[in-house]
Write a protein that binds this ligand. Sequence first.
Ligand code: ADP
Ligand code: ADP
Length: 223
Amino acid sequence: TTAIEAKSLTKEYDNGRGCRDVSITVGKGEAFGFLGPNGAGKSTFVKMLVGLIHPSSGSGTLFGHKIGSLEAKSLIGYLPELYRYQEWLTGEEVVRLHARLCGMQRSVADKRIPQLLDEVGIGKRGRDRVKHYSKGMQQRLGLACALVNDPAIVFLDEPSSALDPIGRQEVRRILQNLKEKGVTIFLNSHLLEDVEVLCDRMALLNNGVILRHGKVSEVLNKR
Ligand code: ADP
Ligand code: ADP
């Protein structure tokens, strides 16, 4: 089954930047890495897939549903780059808010949220206010929010770039677990190691265009 399909997706901003003619397919349960330097167009591409910005041209589907449609959006978990949380809330309250926005019943949320907080390594610190969280903790909270509705596909925009080595390790471990559960993962990163550790296939993006794509080992050996 194809989880993600993009056909010549293009977004051109007024200044001519963006990304151009990006075509990829990602199978169900696969982890796909989108590697490229800052400004390559990775965020732009993911924002089109999750339905945040309209493509200038091209098309895409998520499990056969057109990107931007409600059906497609309901399949998605999304961790944007540098997400800001309501610092005056506790971690648990932030996740609860997300659960409500997803239309989750209270009784379901009551069961799911403690489980989820444990899964991402927040645990009892879910009772602390977000303003006391480190960057690593905030990123794990972001993951909990992205995962709250049990998404079939998770889009992660530079999930570990702002973290120290220990924080990166922790985020990688969580993503590895997700992958083992069969969740399809789309990972934006400028860190080669993130992609190497987790992903099956990848694309190398520069200046808005794909330079190479394929199996991670093949793409990286052809340097
Ligand atoms: P990446 O995620 O790989 O760092 P982005 O998708 O954020 O790359 O950006 C790709 C290019 O498009 C960059 O040159 C960036 O400055 C430009 N860009 C991003 N958003 C906009 C916007 N709203 N208007 C104009 N240019 C933008
Ligand atoms: P986000 O945090 O949503 O990824 P970005 O970091 O891409 O946001 O950019 C913040 C805002 O500035 C967005 O509205 C984005 O579209 C815009 N932007 C980013 N790069 C540029 C650019 N080079 N020129 C104009 N606007 C930009």
